[in-house]
Ligand binder design. Sequence first.
Ligand SMILES: [Zn+2]
Length: 385
Amino acid sequence: MEEWLFLLLPVAAASGWFAARRHYARKYLIEHTHSLRKAYCRGLNYLLSEKTDKAIEAFVDLLTNDFETVETHIALGNLFRRRGEIEKAIEIHENLISRDDLNLQQQESAQFELGSDYLRAGLFDRAESIFQNLVDHENSRVGALQQLLDIYQHEQEWAKAMVCTRKLQNLGKPPKRGETAAHFLCELAEATLCNDDDMTARHWLEEALRDDPHCARASLLMAKLEMREGRFEEALQSLKRVESQNADLIQEIIEPLRICHDRLENPPGELIGYLGYLYETYGIESAALALAERIRSEQGSSKAIEHMLRVLENQPTPKSLNTLTGFLLEEGADTQREALIRLDRALDRMYSNAPRYTCAHCGFSGSELHWRCPSCRHWESTKPS
Ligand SMILES: [Zn+2]
């Protein structure tokens, strides 16, 4: 919305222009200014009520009369672009650039908008060359780098995207969508991994970790590379690094962790210990399930069943239930009955604590049915859950 406000600038400019021509008949001046203001107000009103068609009509009308300011042209072009009429936007902005009465800043603004038109039209090469030019100009530098960053990501030009990200960071403007140099380095590494160029991939990954020591993705990729090269001990170290880098991604290391341990023929207790630690510390279900499988193969099914019952008593989920029933199917009637009694109690506890009614509007939940939600005050939004 704010950018429409600068449509007001021409009104201000108009005042200056008219002031310079005081020798004109005062009456004419007053009338003319009045009619321009009226025309602008009409255009603005259309804009504010989102009647862009009529707004464009009103502004085009103004332009073709006698009031050709650069800002109005730029704004009009932007309006066309926003409506998806890219050709018209391009035409207006291109015309503007070919004019020779523009000051440097106006030239830059017009270039920037034309670049944005090209980008919107999918003409990435043209957009790229405009924004590359604008990077050299201080006023447009940040905007141009942001646009270039979008272009390079779209084109999967990761090395160039990385350079933009670093420049933006140096200017104190972190990229808008969480872009990091480390992510782009990982993209480069993935591409080289696909081409079996392990040495280059390792180089990118090491650089990613230097750039961002918390880049869990680089560790996961490094582990993949090391496993491929049969270096399971190193892979294990890379996988274990993920915990301190981003605990939310621990689930991703469980399966490769198991493979590494198997290939290294490590003492059985080692993996059981580490999985147990991950489950106890972070409550990660996949760690609990991998642990159950490992306990079953190393220590027998009764220990595995006991472990799964504790997991379920802690937090029953369909997946852990499924694992337990799988184990129980292979057991005798006594073990099954004993386990079922514990399971039944755990599920009872879960359902007695669970809220019975939830508001579909705000998510408020409780054990009573409210015809009007006590939290968001909506009527009849609370439903049995
Ligand atoms: Zn509510």
